[in-house]
Write a protein that binds this ligand. Sequence first.
Ligand code: CTP
Length: 416
Amino acid sequence: MLEKKHVLLGISGGIAAYKAAILVRALIKRGAEVRVVMTPAAKQFIAPLTLATLSRHPILVDFFNPENGAWNSHVDLGLWADAYVIAPATANTLGKMANGIADNLLVTTYLSARCPVFVAPAMDLDMYRHPSTVRNLARLAADGVHIVEPGSGFLASGLEGKGRMSEPDEIADALDAFFREMSRPKRLAGKKVVVSAGGTVEPIDAVRYISNYSSGKMGYALAGAFLRAGAEVTIVRASVDAALVGSVPGTREVEALSAADMLAAMRCSQADADILVMAAAVADYTPEETSDRKIKKKDGEPRLLLRLKETTDVAAELGRNKRPGQLLVGFALETDDEERHALEKLHRKRLDCIVLNSLRDPGAGFGCATNKITIIDKTGRFHRFGLKKKSEAAEDIVEQVCAMLDDAEQDEPAGL
Ligand code: CTP
């Protein structure tokens, strides 16, 4: 996939810079044309001559050539590149990139680049896990930068841990996978998808609430899969694992904590959505009364009765108001008589398909990184899948949605 691709390699000043020579070779072997930008510090770790010889282009370090005043345009470099890979990316360079500090050619080029950017961090383990590095990487990820995670092992400091730059072939693989993904047909281009995720939170008083174990992982995996298929994706999130928030760059996120908030947000989204996915675990009941103060424990009262009232079923409400051609996908997490319950929900909520998972299947359910799903479509057909990573299960669901859209489009009367 790297054939004829213009890859700009940015090398910052860390010991892993010695591997940059192997990376240049790996990229060229895969057909890419490579140009190299280095920070002044990187020159201490690897000779520009080595890189210039391997890449067959002069190395760029300064904004201009002091000999003849020739200008090294970071704008032109950014426009030339199909991908900009910064490897190794030191903590210093990551910090500058995250904060827009453009004091060398490598970072100014980053700010000018319109192409996808990849960073391969490389540093000592304590630097890698320092809150400022964690913060900078999170900010870069939110800005759409692809992070090629470092590996664990012996570090130049003599310590052992995470921070070792990915191997050159792994970095080349990441680029390859990216371009492969980009070249896949975007079957959902122009479609608007709304995915709810996480578990709702129903307040009891100022400090307590009722919720459930949903982590939001499946919803975020789905959002990523829909995005990769070319859709415009909104995530309506209830309570989710903190690490998930903002973890799918390119999506819009809306917070809707309670079942009532979820109902309002999904109703609002329904107007212009093509596909609605209810992956959130919405509370069926919520406290009838909520105190805005803390309920105090009372001496001599060993029981506290909490009265709950039914919430509105969001999926059923969306099903009632579904526009022709709009698709509604629901989930069912069951513990017994799974298929009967899922089929009943599919029909009662007027879903186009329901994704069933059973808590009896090891590796499926709340918080797991994996899932085992069965998709039941509205004609009653069962599509069974094995235990997979949630990201892979999400691809299967998107595949099913695409097939349903194709069917719906074929069923449309000609001339419409
Ligand atoms: N759902 C919803 N609103 C609710 C409850 C559920 O939108 N108040 C949605 C869920 O997001 C899911 C589907 O309905 O897509 C099935 O949820 P589930 O909790 O399995 O079904 P319930 O109808 O609540 O039935 P039960 O809890 O009795 O199994």
